[in-house]
Design a protein around this ligand. Structure first.
Ligand code: FE
Length: 222
């Protein structure tokens, strides 16, 4: 089987959030999609290890927002590469609460979809939540971000819990770290895509976006 075929599938980029009692959680996904329109139902697949998955399981509600092309690495780093475990990811961004009291991000988003969970399917490593859309609205008319744009233009990486994560692909760029005559002008985090401008990378440097150490950085040459 040629697993590269799976990279020909296209996706959007979304933040899915939920709240159970006072615990808020949210993360970036590429697995949110509409599956029926009578009624309107959408589904999302989340790792069983994700805090968001646990909070949705307890609250039976979730809200999705579609990210726009303008979404920056501050937002993507916070929701894509950090855990909601001991962190309020929402505190540095403009948010609103939906009909279910679930917070959703207002910045760099084009629409929200509020859902009540009607079914959960155990997929082994992940849970597929199927939700009926009970409220939705357009936030702004701006082009939405695709997964391909995130990878190709923003040079973003894929976190380990994502269904589309492949270890070889993440490390491929790092091992190309051969000696060349080119000048190193910076270092790129292969996990999240963050670029440190300058050389060398300071000792003990940790990625400010996703938190990995210097071994996950590859040279940016000019
Ligand atoms: Fe990073």
């Amino acid at each position: 089987m040629n697993e590269m075929a799976l990279f020909k599938m296209s996706y959007g980029l979304y933040i899915v959030s939920s709240k159970a009692n006072d615990k808020k959680a949210g993360c970036i996904v590429n697995t949110l999609t509409q599956i029926t329109n009578t009624p309107n139902q959408i589904c999302v697949s989340l790792s069983k290890e994700s805090v968001t998955s646990d909070v949705i399981h307890r609250s039976k509600v979730f809200t999705g927002v579609a990210l726009t092309m303008s979404a920056d690495m501050d937002l993507i780093g916070e929701f894509g590469f950090k855990s909601s475990k001991d962190l309020d990811k929402f505190k540095n961004f403009k948010t609103k609460e939906d009909i279910n009291g679930v917070p959703y991000i207002l910045e760099h988003t084009s629409a929200y979809f509020s859902c009540n969970v009607v079914q959960e399917v155990d997929l082994g490593t992940h849970i597929l939540f199927i939700g009926e859309v009970i409220d939705a609205d357009v936030i702004r008319d701006e082009e939405v971000m695709t997964y391909a744009y995130y990878h190709d233009i923003k040079k973003g990486g894929t976190p380990k819990n994502a269904p589309s994560y492949r270890e070889e692909k993440q490390m491929e760029t790092k091992t190309q770290d051969t000696i060349t005559n080119k000048k190193t002008i910076g270092w790129r985090c292969v996990v999240c895509g963050y670029i440190y401008e300058g050389d060398p990378l300071p000792e003990g440097y940790l990625c400010p976006i996703c938190g990995v150490d210097s071994t996950f950085f590859e040279r940016v040459e000019a």
